[in-house]
Write a protein that binds this ligand. Structure first.
Ligand SMILES: C[S@@+](CC[C@H](N)C(=O)[O-])C[C@H]1O[C@@H](n2cnc3c(N)ncnc32)[C@H](O)[C@@H]1O
Length: 250
């Protein structure tokens, strides 16, 4: 959109009563938010715009603690509009970050808004629109991968597909970190779980929770081994799970 139009909307807004502005916001489809809000695309990361900066930085800090080096290759599954991606891209060598998301609009806005805003265009991130976890289409292997706040929105079969595809692109010994809402009561517990003051999770609908035995079962035969990392500082109590690609020496 032309910057002149955004300027016009900004100055016109000053003359519109707050109540009318609220009503317009509620009535208009989300995509029209771009008319007045330069960060509208960030709202596609559901429920988490309040933690935009915190959750982006947290992911980089966590992976660096686990050993991520600038020379490593990283795959960001369900990368969204690069909330964490901008931090990873800044840290990694050019061409070492790949982000995959099912939403083309997320990636388009990431390319047009977030990369220039952070001065990162020269770092040449690979961005792939794909909803079936076909990571092989990226044509390379990875040392690390992360899926933050993605499994929490996925049914079990989709997680299984993601793990099968991940095993094909993770190098032996490579590490895939994924966050979940945990069900500590086991698979026969069908109730809801209050994960934090603002998040309730469910057995068979978004936001999903999973017990570890169920995830271990899904992992079996994929070439990945699951280990539980637990708390990692997520504000809504998502826990960290590590899937390691088998086959590394030692
Ligand atoms: C809550 S957002 C998290 C985004 C990002 N990981 C972060 O921490 O900012 C979940 C993202 O997963 C993406 N997603 C959901 N299902 C997917 C699938 N099957 N394949 C690829 N991306 C998917 C959504 O489009 C969305 O961008």
């Amino acid at each position: 959109m032309a910057p002149g139009w955004q300027g016009f909307v900004r100055s016109a807004k000053r003359h519109v009563p707050v109540g009318v502005k609220r009503r317009i916001r509620r009535t208009l489809p989300a995509r029209y938010r771009r008319l007045w809000d330069p960060n509208w695309h960030r709202s596609t990361v559901r429920g988490n715009t309040a933690f935009w900066d915190e959750l982006g930085r947290l992911q980089l800090d966590y992976l660096v603690e686990q050993g991520l080096q600038p020379s490593d290759y990283l795959l960001d599954v369900g990368c969204g509009p690069l909330r964490a991606g901008v931090h990873f891209i800044g840290y990694l060598e050019p061409g070492h970050y790949a982000g995959v998301d099912k939403r083309g609009d997320n990636l388009e806005r990431a390319r047009k808004v977030e990369l220039p805003r952070h001065g990162l265009e020269a770092k040449q991130p690979l961005l792939l629109v794909n909803g079936a976890f076909e990571f092989s289409k990226l044509g390379q292997t990875f040392d690390y991968a992360i899926a933050q706040s993605v499994f929490t929105h996925l049914p079990l079969n989709a997680i299984a597909r993601c793990l099968v595809e991940m095993a094909r692109v993770l190098r032996p010994g490579g590490e895939f970190y994924a966050t979940i809402y945990e069900n500590p009561h086991g698979k026969t517990f069908l109730g809801e779980i209050q994960q934090s003051p603002r998040v309730t999770s469910y057995y068979d609908r978004d936001k999903y929770h999973y017990d570890l035995a169920t995830l271990r079962g899904v992992c079996e035969g994929t070439g990945l081994t699951l280990s539980y990392e637990g708390d990692w500082g997520h504000p809504d109590n998502q826990k960290m799970i590590l899937f390691t690609r088998e086959g590394a020496d030692g």
